[in-house]
Ligand binder design. Structure first.
Ligand code: UGA
Length: 439
């Protein structure tokens, strides 16, 4: 089998590389020449555990190649995956200009039957627009070449993308012909060894599945954040409540961890897009509107605790921040709650010294020299008035608090992810604040 993957961002690169890993001949295409030249040298535009090694291995075996030339790369392919960006436009809707430009380019250059697969997260109805764009291009050059469109949403988590791709919980594919179903079955067969299903459905349902999945997960998080805030008021401990409800299989124990709000490139964007799609079609997503509202509020919760502890007097104080990325094992800073917290602290005249194992370079794009960057987590603690745990990287889980207490000016910990034990820290002389736990 042979495929082309257009777009070497997060989704495209992981998809192309993992397909090549099982022996499929893959060309990853991008219009960004520098990106392609770097990829040919094994330099990746993103950080994702295990990806670099996999790219190198498959490039060496000549199953994976990189090109800026879409016209020649799609020839002889069974399928072309569109995995380019869909940035939110000014009004919050997904901007389809890149997706449709790729569709037109495919229509302009294809010479044989092809399944054109949308892999980017796109609103319901996009596959139909992709079909139209290809038809128009074919008609313009008087070509009568058969093709199919398919929708194949991705459910990868950053930081665990390779594992998620190679051993998926499920693969969802929207198709409108048996021929397309046949091609997609052959492509995905190597990934179904764990017995999990390849689910075929109509195209709009596949497009909707992606949004419904992310919206449901975001709902779980906002719901737990709301419960956590109430626990605090009522003197309950959300860690206990979480364990209590999570053991009910109908609820499940995943994605019910309270914190400082969800971030990243997916949940905030997809929740907004679904609210908008519904609105445009005369329906109001009442639950999701609240999910968004709770999330916005949650990003301020840690700051509010800090402000209350220091009686609103933050000017001249120094705060150590551990973790900047929106979640561990990624350098992704998009919609990271750390940015909201840092902005609020700086506005109050406080100073920030941050450390993140991977995301500091990325963070500098938005934070520049408004904050200081530590060479490791302990360095940030020197003379700090408090420690703020913002991203729960594994290396922050069990620090040496005896060393920490000697470095810090004041022994206060604000734990935005509930990874530390309040009792243990209190015994070591620290004042501890968590989310949804007794102070
Ligand atoms: C999410 C989905 O989990 C993937 O299935 C989906 O493919 C992806 O979006 C996408 O649409 O591309 P991702 O954004 O990488 O993946 O990150 P998650 O691990 O889902 O975390 C999202 C946010 O929720 C993070 O800010 C995390 O800290 C927060 N979160 C997660 C919580 O606050 N509590 C939890 O219990 C779980």
């Amino acid at each position: 089998m042979r495929i082309a993957v257009v777009g070497t961002g997060y989704v495209g690169l992981v998809t192309g590389t993992c397909f090549s890993e099982v022996g499929i001949d893959v060309t990853c295409i991008d219009i960004d020449t520098t990106k392609i030249e770097n990829l040919k040298k094994g330099i990746l535009p993103i950080y994702e555990p295990g990806l670099e090694e996999m790219v190198l291995r498959n490039t060496q075996k000549e199953r994976l190649s990189f090109s800026t030339d879409l016209a020649s790369s799609i020839q002889g392919c069974d399928a072309a995956f569109i995995a380019v960006g869909t940035p939110p436009g000014e009004d919050g809707s997904a901007d389809l200009k890149y997706v449709l430009a790729v569709a037109r380019a495919i229509g302009h250059h294809m010479n044989d039957y092809l399944v054109v697969v949308t892999k980017s997260t796109v609103p319901v109805g996009t596959a139909q627009k992709v079909r139209q764009a290809i038809e128009e291009e074919l008609a313009a050059r008087g070509a009568d070449i058969p093709f199919d469109v398919a929708s194949n949403p991705e459910f990868l988590k950053e930081g665990a993308a390779i594992e998620d791709f190679l051993k998926p919980d499920r693969i969802v594919v929207g198709v409108a012909s048996e021929k397309a179903e046949d091609v997609m079955t052959k492509l995905y067969k190597p990934f179904l060894m764990n017995g999990h299903p390849l689910i075929f459905m109509d195209i709009p349902s596949a497009e909707m599945t992606k949004y419904a999945a992310n919206a449901m997960l975001a709902t779980k998080i906002s719901f737990m954040n709301d419960i956590a805030n109430l626990c605090e008021i009522m003197g309950a401990d959300v860690n206990m409540v979480r364990r209590g409800i999570g053991s009910d299989a109908r609820i499940g124990n995943k994605f019910i961890y309270p914190g400082i709000g969800y971030g990243g490139s997916c949940f905030p964007k997809d929740v907004k897009a679904l609210i908008r799609t519904a609105g445009e079609n005369g329906y109001e997503m009442r639950v999701l509107k609240s999910v968004e509202e709770v999330n916005e509020h949650q990003k301020s919760v840690l700051f509010n605790k800090i402000s209350a502890h220091f009686n609103g007097n933050l000017a001249g104080k120094t705060f150590a921040i551990w973790g900047l990325s929106f979640k561990p094992k990624t350098d992704d800073m998009r919609e990271a709650p750390s940015l909201v917290i840092i902005k609020k602290l700086l506005e109050q005249g406080a100073q920030v010294k941050a450390y993140d194992p991977v995301a500091m370079e990325e963070a500098k794009h938005s934070l520049g020299d408004t904050i200081q960057y530590g060479k490791d987590e302990y360095e940030t603690l020197i003379d700090a008035d408090a420690l703020l745990l913002v991203t729960e990287w594994p290396e922050f889980r069990s620090p040496n608090f005896t060393v920490a207490s000697k470095l810090m000016k004041d022994k206060v910990v604000f734990d935005g992810r509930n990874i530390y034990d309040a009792k243990d820290l209190n015994e070591k002389g620290f004042t501890y604040y968590g989310i949804g736990v007794k102070q």
